[in-house]
Design a protein around this ligand. Structure first.
Ligand SMILES: Nc1ncnc2c1ncn2[C@@H]1O[C@H](COP(=O)(O)OP(=O)(O)O)[C@@H](O)[C@H]1O
Ligand SMILES: [Mg+2]
Length: 414
């Protein structure tokens, strides 16, 4: 914590690894920052009660700064920090400051701008919205289930308080506003019901608001949208918390249950087996930690960082790769060996050829997955596996700007 002598700034706390933010115009209202500092940048954002501005520190990151009444930024910072320690998908807290605006004290929350994320208004105003509908519902339901499993009562779940990120054709949802949240050991059914009620109300309001700006497709009706999220939430909640009775000769069911939860992305922390009174039967309960099972696995084997669905697709490809290697050598190939070969023979050459299409770190995995998807479409049409190379050629011919391609071709020829 720095107790600063700068105009307007009373104190500031910043986590290590970030700029010190001392060059920002702390003596000014946040709404005046765009005219007061070159660091200020304009980016799309959701509706909010409080003023939010974005500031850019090239080489580090973009940050969001939110102005709140005194004391509240510190509280929200603490809640976000706790969510991060529970591996929940939320924006990353970076620091908080206390500023004095000519006698009026305000607190400022600093979070890292969530890379490649979109507020719902941007998603809803872009063409092809129908495509996103199902994914949006699943993403919202999945986020609430994860928060509730970790004991987080949100208190203000809405489309404005979520950021969406593309994840291999699906959407990942991240909590952006933790102001009203409470973190408990676990939640009661009443708390969960209350949170769902708030979500339904808010989401209906968000959709009404957007329907003023654009004509929504019939599938997106404000009256039913929240109820659809709730139904998905309930389905997923029951699945995760389901107790399975295992007979003495049915131990395979334990593995099957673990695999089914992993397939939904959940990592398992514990399996509890409890006596039922019937000698031959045990009740199995599973405790899940996060919904990043495939991300962890991909990272362990390749060192790559990807979103959950991207990681799942890439792991499937590594498994295919492994099967081909095993066929070729007529013996089992460990996953770590296949992952290593896949990195050097598939991932790296593809990244080199994607070249200028990859603008941020987040693009690398997303574009790779688009090439994979392109391969499936082409293979389906050809009724045969066309291979990654052919898919990549066709993908680049369609999507890479002409100039970049001819430059590359020229360089390759020289
Ligand atoms: N770290 C961040 N990354 C990207 N966008 C952000 C971030 N923090 C805030 N925003 C944008 O600002 C909007 C308002 O933030 P929010 O915390 O919901 O404010 P309020 O408490 O006033 O409702 C969000 O909907 C989001 O679009
Ligand atoms: Mg908000």
């Amino acid at each position: 914590m720095i107790h600063a002598e700068l105009p307007g700034l009373r104190s500031i706390l910043v986590r290590p690894g970030h700029p010190d933010f001392l060059d920002l115009p702390w003596e000014q209202e946040l709404s005046a920052w765009p005219g007061a500092t070159d660091r200020s940048i304009e980016l799309p954002r959701g509706l909010s009660r409080h003023e939010v501005q974005f500031v850019s520190y090239p080489g580090a990151s973009i940050y969001a700064v939110k102005e709140l009444p005194e004391g509240l930024a510190e509280k929200e910072y603490g809640l976000l920090l706790e969510m991060q320690s529970r591996s929940l998908p939320s924006v990353e807290p970076v620091g908080h400051a206390l500023a004095d605006l000519g006698g009026r004290r305000v607190s400022m929350l600093i979070t890292r701008f969530l890379d490649a994320s979109h507020p719902y208004r941007v998603l809803f105003l872009s063409p092809g919205l129908e495509r996103y509908r199902e994914r949006l519902l699943d993403a919202m339901a999945g986020l609430l289930v994860r928060l509730h499993l970790a004991g987080v009562y949100w208190g203000d779940c809405s489309l404005s308080n979520v950021l969406f990120r593309r994840d291999a054709g699906q959407l990942g949802a991240y909590l952006v506003d933790a102001e009203t949240s409470e973190i408990h050991e676990s939640l009661s059914d009443g708390q969960r019901r209350q949170d769902l009620m708030i979500m339904e109300d808010n989401v209906g309001g968000d959709l009404l608001d957007i329907s003023m700006a654009t004509r929504l497709p019939d599938a997106l009706r404000p009256e039913t949208f929240g109820a659809s999220i709730r139904r998905r939430y309930e389905g997923l909640w029951c699945e995760v918390n389901r107790e399975v009775i295992v007979g003495a000769s049915e131990r395979w069911r334990i593995q099957a249950r673990v695999r089914a939860l992993n397939a939904l992305g959940f990592s398992i922390q514990e399996i509890k087996l409890i006596a039922t009174g019937d000698q031959d039967k045990l009740a199995m309960r599973t405790v899940v930690t996060d919904r990043d099972y495939h991300r962890h696995r991909l990272h362990d084997h390749t060192g790559l960082v990807a979103q959950e669905r991207q990681a799942e697709l890439m792991l499937n490809e590594i498994e295919e790769f492994r099967a081909r290697l095993a066929q070729g050598s007529r013996r089992e190939v460990p996953l770590s060996v296949a992952a290593f070969r896949w990195l050097s023979e598939a991932w790296e050459p593809t990244q080199r050829r994607l070249g200028s299409l990859v603008k941020t770190e987040a693009d690398a995995a997303e574009l790779y997955c688009q090439v994979l998807e392109h391969k499936w479409f082409m293979s389906e049409a050809a009724k045969a596996d066309v291979g990654l190379e052919a898919a990549l050629d066709d993908y680049l011919a369609r999507f890479k700007p002409k100039k970049a391609r001819s430059k590359k071709a020229g360089a390759a020829n020289s």
